[in-house]
Design a protein around this ligand. Structure first.
Ligand SMILES: [Zn+2]
Length: 219
């Protein structure tokens, strides 16, 4: 499927079209990913290429619980962590485990129309759900209020960037690839900010906006 066949895709959207780069041919894959499992993953999603498995874990994929998306990888290929919004916050131990098993590539896959950008509007229904499950209404409100702040993201591309920088600071020698899937086409895109990062790797200023509790005091 080409970009033109995907009128609802992120490259046609006002919110994302200037912030993501489409990968329409293998030449569009960033050079630092060529020959790596990251390029194989992109080939599977965007060009229908078959992924060969070796029986060894090749990467860790972290993505959202989103029901409209499923990573296009065969079994015996990747560790997969799925959490609301796709951030690894709270799953760092699992990431360390995957690294200790020989994984050298981590892929973060964000997506458009993420429910975690709408947590505030979902709060009343979530509280009602807990009450239906027999929870005391005050305890239900407290629970939702406590977790909503942690899970809520303002913007899918910015949240991906923030998580990328946080993880780069925690895990300095692992290749981390931020990708963005368009739900309507299942195609992967590269955020433009990552292309800037690759041309001039610098964790300096971006790190300063990450609060210490997000990387020094893991949940
Ligand atoms: Zn999501």
């Amino acid at each position: 499927m080409s970009r033109k066949d995907d009128p609802l895709g992120v490259t046609q959207s006002i919110k994302f079209n200037t912030r993501l780069k489409a990968i329409d041919s293998p030449e569009d894959i960033p050079a630092n990913w060529i020959g790596s499992p990251i390029a194989d993953l992109i080939g599977s999603h965007n060009f229908g290429q078959k992924i060969e498995v070796t029986g060894e874990p090749r990467m860790l994929i972290s993505t959202c619980i989103e029901f409209r998306y499923h990573p296009a990888v065969p079994s015996q290929y990747a560790y997969v962590i799925r959490r609301a919004s796709g951030r690894l916050i709270g799953s760092e131990f699992a990431l360390v485990y995957a690294l200790s098993r020989g994984v050298k590539h981590v892929v973060l896959i964000a997506h458009n129309d993420c429910g975690m950008t709408k947590v505030t509007q979902h709060k009343p229904a979530m509280i009602a759900t807990l009450v239906e499950q027999g929870w005391d209404s005050e305890r239900a409100e407290e629970f939702v209020a406590m977790h909503a702040g942690r899970y809520h993201i303002e913007d899918e591309v910015d949240s991906l960037k923030r998580e990328f920088y946080r993880l780069k600071r925690l895990f300095k020698n692992v290749e981390i690839a931020p990708l963005f899937v368009s739900l309507s086409s299942n195609r992967l895109h590269v955020p433009n900010w990552y292309l800037d990062f690759v041309s001039k790797p610098d964790l300096g200023n971006a790190n300063e906006s990450v609060p210490a509790e997000e990387y020094l005091m893991l949940p």
